[in-house]
Design a protein. Structure first.
Length: 393
């Protein structure tokens, strides 16, 4: 006698067992489920059940959860959805109805119904949903180096985290901290006037957990303002740089731009656009006194194209900033040192001097974050006109 089940026999026949139809829900049951799903979303976003001492909407969820726990029919209906054990967890200390109504802005002397002052409008609910809706970022690998660089800058102190304020501008290319995630405004659409008469625009925001969201600027602004830990990340600052004659401060070094006199075929053919960009704390000339023996200088003599004096500057941070900015134009070349060992210098770039000078001026003005370098055109491009889908810095 075969031990094969009825399901095995149906499978042999290419048939599937009839599935029971989903039980129709009454309007009351549908409302109970929808209300509990709101609580589940809150718990997923905050890592805990709603509490009675939170903001007004959290308190509403807490009261709703208490009432669901007290209804046997609701507990039975929601058991399969309650994967986090919210219905069986110990209840928070509730507040009385009068306190809840007061928090909601209900005037009890006016029947408690006619003066609701803190009810979310449809636009506000949509804004909250926009912020919460995220999906995997297909090209996150393009943005990962940006997040790594920002973390490095924060560790080095060249960037700071500041509490977000409404007056803080949300611009393409800026970083924020929202709900514990580092967020990058990768793209910003055209500004327009919304139904409330306010300027708004659509943003593409990338998060350091590999997700992204498409949301309105005002939605992001509201979320950052309401998040107790919402922060803006300052732009990279390396301190006072260089200035006109008579600047007060301590001279701490210089940016130098060098040209190689190497007879290497590729270097010789592109000598006018191949430059070494560096920062030193000593005299520039001393940096290349033994250039012909140093693979860092392509084992050849060099000449100084330009220098920019620095005052009260953290040199390593500035050099790192310049090298990151021109990273896509780094010269890929291998040179043998005097012992025959292959070395790949990292401070040479295929960048014409006018572009280097322009970048230095933007550092002086504190506006370099608004630009990226386009190697194909050998020019700096403002982020509003540049293609930032594949960021180069």
């Amino acid at each position: 006698m075969s031990d094969r089940s009825d399901l095995d026999i149906l499978a042999d026949l290419g048939l599937e067992p009839a599935r029971p139809k989903a039980e129709a829900r009454s309007p009351r049951e549908a409302r109970i489920i929808a209300g509990f799903e709101d609580i589940l979303r809150f718990a997923a976003e905050h890592g805990r059940p709603p509490r009675h001492e939170g903001d007004v909407f959290e308190r509403l969820y807490a009261v709703r959860l208490d009432r669901l726990r007290a209804l046997p029919e609701a507990v039975a209906l929601l058991t399969d959805l309650d994967t986090g054990g919210l219905l069986t967890a110990a209840a928070d200390e509730p507040i009385d109805d009068a306190a809840l109504l007061a928090a909601l802005g209900v005037d009890e002397q006016n029947d408690g119904l006619t003066e609701l002052r803190h009810v979310r409008s449809p636009a506000e609910r949509q804004a909250a949903e926009e912020v919460a809706t995220r999906e995997p970022c297909a090209n996150f690998a393009d943005y990962a180096p940006l997040f790594e660089a920002v973390r490095s800058d924060l560790a080095a102190g060249t960037r700071r985290m500041r509490r977000f304020e409404r007056k803080a501008e949300i611009e393409q290319g800026r970083f924020f901290v929202l709900e514990g995630l580092l967020a990058y405004v990768a793209e910003a659409g055209e500004a327009y006037i919304n139904a409330s008469g306010n300027s708004d625009r659509r943003l593409r925001v990338i998060y350091d957990n590999g997700t992204e969201s498409n949301l309105l600027q005002r939605s992001l602004q509201k979320a950052l303002t309401q998040d107790d830990n919402g922060r803006r990340v300052t732009e990279s600052r390396v301190g006072p740089l260089f200035g006109d004659d008579g600047i007060e401060g301590t001279e701490t070094g210089a940016i130098y731009v060098l040209r190689s006199l190497s007879d290497h075929p590729y270097v010789a053919a592109h000598r006018d656009v191949i430059h070494k960009i560096g920062v030193t704390g000593g005299q520039v000339e001393r940096r290349f006194v033994n250039a012909v023996r140093d693979p860092t200088f392509l084992m050849a003599e060099v000449e100084v194209v330009a220098t920019f004096t620095l005052y009260d500057i953290r040199r390593s941070a500035l050099e790192n900033l310049l090298h990151r900015f021109f990273a896509d134009a780094r010269l890929e070349i291998q040179i043998d040192d005097r012992f025959g060992n292959p070395v790949q210098p990292r401070e040479w770039f295929m960048v014409p001097f006018p572009a280097i000078k322009e970048a230095v001026e933007h550092i002086r003005e504190g506006t370099l974050h608004n630009y990226l370098y386009r190697p194909a055109e050998a020019t700096l491009a403002h982020v509003e006109t540049a293609d930032v889908s594949l960021p180069t810095r």
